[in-house]
Write a protein of this length. Sequence first.
Length: 445
Amino acid sequence: MPDPVSDSRAAALRTVVRRLPPGTVPVGGGVCALALASYVYLAIAGRTLSVDGLAGLSVLWSLAFSVGTGLFLPLEQELTRVVAARRARGEGARPVALRGVRISASLLLLCLLGLGLFAGPLARHLFRGDRSLVWGLAAALAGLSVVHIARGILAGSGHFRAYGAQLGVDSALRVVLALALSAAGSTSPLAFALLLSLAPLASVAVGIVTTARAAQPGPPAGPAELRKGLAPLTLSTLLGQVLPNAPVVLAELMTDKGSPLTAALLSAMIIVRLPIFAAVSVQPSVLSVLSRAYALGNRAAFRRQLLGAAAGAVLLGLAGLLLSGVLGPWLATTLFHTPRALGDRDFAVLSFATAGLLLALILSQGQLAMNRQRAQGTAWALGAAVFLGLALLPGSVMARLEASYTGGCWTVAVVLGVGIARHLRRNPAGTASGASSAEAETVTV
């Protein structure tokens, strides 16, 4: 006989899944796989490389995912928005996709030129004299420049399964190739660094057919299409990536060479930022849902959906604070084999700061949905100014880094929240009528 309790639980689960933003399940699964792969990758590197090698890889990792993601993720987001708009109008997205490729290639060229010109000082101050890691950083940036273009096209065209599959392939390759290096006895940080380029490029190659089909021929791109708002969005995203990654780089600059703090701090930041992977998994869908509600004039739906997403971010932050405050030091030494340079209090402070970062990431989607990229950029710039100001104050290195990270993240969250509230009060558009209203209500974050 069927179990009524099991049937009711299954029905409740199906209801919850239906209320999730479209694409949350495949994209969320891919993001979780990539998060797990990042942990495994760093754990393998921590047990394979020397202290100096792991410190160099830690700085490279932080720079790649702050500068690289900060530059190329905005292109993915803008491509998602523009391709989705073209799709709604029945227009092909190939012209804007090609424009995105050109912009991405130009940004990558500027990065490569900068790395080439300053390779010596970068190697000396950041990579403990290992110039090869500068080229490893260049390769990682090249991989990110390609993968974010492909993801923007897939997300905008609604191919969320292909998006999630691409993340899954990237994840599997990072782990398999890192295990192969470890089994072969490789102690080269450059070899591990190159995986940050090879894995994403291979994932794009696997799904290239779907990506090409999604970019169908269409009308020429307008002069402002894709470019409008890209500069302030790039600034805000770049600063949003710099905030959680800068403490690792600053630790290398502010401590004596050979100090274990850099590697220990990277392990701590990876652990306390675990909830961010959950938030990132719904960001594309949250942006799509909020943009639709705002465009249809349904401010009530916009507020409700944004508040729901923000509440989820706060709960995630609290869960991360409890987990990291209790198990953080043990996880860092057990998983990543790093020296125990940080205590329970350090992990609790870093987790509290990350809760502010989580909230800021969700509120940024609200500003972006309202096409207020400049206001979004201003909030992140203020957060970066607070971060830098607190980092320059006298005191111990770790105390300054904790204060700057906390102050910067929560400054951004507060400024974004106040800005959204003021904008909605000044622009109280009425609820759209008829089908438009129903369409805005179909998905709840």
